[in-house]
Design a protein around this ligand. Structure first.
Ligand SMILES: Cc1ncc(COP(=O)(O)O)c(C=O)c1O
Length: 465
């Protein structure tokens, strides 16, 4: 003590064993852990406000720190996390992280570590194949769905608009994820150029309204260039009419991007493929392996039908990179994305695919669809609740049949006070709406049955005053 930057083999082993012991214990404890634990969390956070120490310290306080973080937060690794969009954090990915950050190889320029880039490209190709994309398609693993949407909008802008693009207009529904608006803003568009298209009663983009709006906008001097559809909105999981929207895009010469960050991996299931009919016609698709593949945060993806369009939007050469192998059948991913140095996301995805096989993901996602039906049926049969939208995927929105926003907020608080499930809310048609989203691989039927009981009891208690 203190440890040198490269600790001795014995010290490395001791620290690694302590970390692994924590990991195994932490995962064993998930079913009984509270779904959320915010009491005293902000005060605890303040206790940790400190500069780094000048001299080194022991390892065990760091394990304690991780436990403290876990104990003062919502448990998005647990089976009761039904808020926002659940993630997961597969053990196989944790191991991949340890190993890939240890060898610390460069994946973004293939010649530096061809095997690493090949493995990452296996993942990307698998994603392209999942959507029947042609051989010239390309893709990148991003830090998440937001960055994938950003690269998609930039690609669409480059492919469809002149350098002076400020009249370019893109079309989204009001239920599109905020990252699409952010992407347009970062790509340089005035916010008014993001045109909000009306939705039908199922909260899916209204195709006729889109057609009318495009005509009106052209008349007003705008240049429609892209439509962004959702394959599962965050609010309710609604799937826009993808095939019809692809038809509009083809007729009008627009780039069609599908934000499938939440829903995309349901394409692995027969039900998902049926519901996503037409998605394969999109020019680009955002996917989020840290959602639908249960990977730890930090793994998104973008696939683009015409790989050249992705590269043309991102490639900038540099003299100091002249020694590197040129883009080839294994891509120089840096030429297709906004990033140069970055983590080896491909290994984080490849380990679980290799260890469990694609079928394990298909089965887990099929199970989520079944669980959603069970939750929907279980809540719908309660006369105190209304469920205005049947789920397209795995989001179940609901609210009190006779309750204002204040009562519904109280209902959400009562549900979350159970600590067995953690749900979140949104606003739909101007009304506070609670939503449960089932996408953790650790959520199974027992927790959904428990959730139904908790919601019913809470609804009875809130409405009885
Ligand atoms: C539909 C949709 N698109 C995009 C995003 C943004 O993804 P990320 O949080 O990975 O940046 C989300 C996140 O929940 C989402 O649900």
């Amino acid at each position: 003590m203190p440890y040198p930057l490269d600790p001795s083999p014995d010290d490395m082993r001791a620290m690694g064993e302590a970390a692994l012991a924590f990991v195994v214990d932490f995962l064993q404890r998930r079913p009984d852990a509270p779904a959320s634990a915010f009491e005293g969390a902000a005060e605890t956070a303040r206790r940790f406000r400190m500069p780094p120490p000048e001299e080194g310290n022991g390892f065990s306080p760091l394990i304690d720190l991780v436990e403290t973080i876990a104990q003062h937060s919502s448990d998005n690794a647990g089976p009761g996390f039904l808020a926002y969009i659940p993630g997961g954090g597969l053990y196989a990915s944790s191991l991949a992280e340890l190993l890939s950050t240890t060898i610390d190889r460069y994946v973004n320029l293939w010649g530096e570590a061809p095997v690493a880039a090949q493995i990452e490209n296996n993942v990307v190709r698998w994603l392209c194949d999942l959507f029947a994309y042609p051989p010239e398609s390309r893709g990148v693993l991003t830090s998440g769905g937001s960055m994938a949407n950003f690269s998609a909008i930039v690609s669409a802008r480059k492919a469809k608009l002149p350098e002076n693009f400020l009249t370019g207009a893109l079309y989204v529904s009001e239920h599109a994820h905020a990252s699409v608006m952010k992407a347009a803003m970062l790509a340089g568009f005035p916010t008014r150029n993001v045109r909000i298209v009306a939705t039908d009663p199922s909260l899916r983009m209204d195709v006729d309204a889109l057609r009318r709006q495009i005509v009106d906008d052209r008349g007003a001097g705008l240049r429609p260039f892209a439509v962004v559809a959702s394959a599962g909105t965050t609010n309710t999981g609604a799937i826009d009419p993808l095939d019809d929207l692809a038809g509009v895009a083809a007729d009008e010469g627009l780039w069609m991007h599908v934000d499938a960050a939440y829903g995309g991996f349901f394409q692995l299931t027969a039900r998902g493929r049926e519901r996503f009919r037409g998605i394969e016609r999109a020019d680009s698709i955002t996917l989020d392996p840290h959602k639908g593949m249960f990977l730890p945060y930090g793994t998104g993806a973008l696939v683009v039908r015409n790989g050249r369009a992705l590269r043309e939007a991102h490639f900038v050469g540099a003299a100091y990179l002249q020694d590197l192998a040129p883009d080839a059948d294994i891509p120089n991913f840096a030429e297709y994305s906004a990033e140069l140095s970055r983590d080896f996301r491909g290994l984080r995805a490849w380990f679980p695919l290799w260890l469990h096989g694609v079928s394990a993901f298909r089965e887990a996602l099929d199970e989520k669809l079944d669980l959603t039906e069970a939750l929907y049926d279980g809540l719908k049969s309660d006369a105190l609740l209304e469920l205005p939208w049947a789920p397209d995927l795995t989001v179940v929105p609901f609210r009190l049949r006779d309750g204002d926003d204040v009562a519904n907020r109280r209902l959400l608080e009562a549900i979350n006070a159970s600590k067995r499930v953690f749900l979140s809310s949104t606003v739909i048609d101007g009304r506070f709406t609670i939503r449960a989203c089932i996408l953790s691989h650790r959520t199974h039927r027992d927790r959904i049955d428990e959730c139904i009981e908790i919601v019913r009891r809470a609804a009875a208690s809130v409405t009885s005053g």
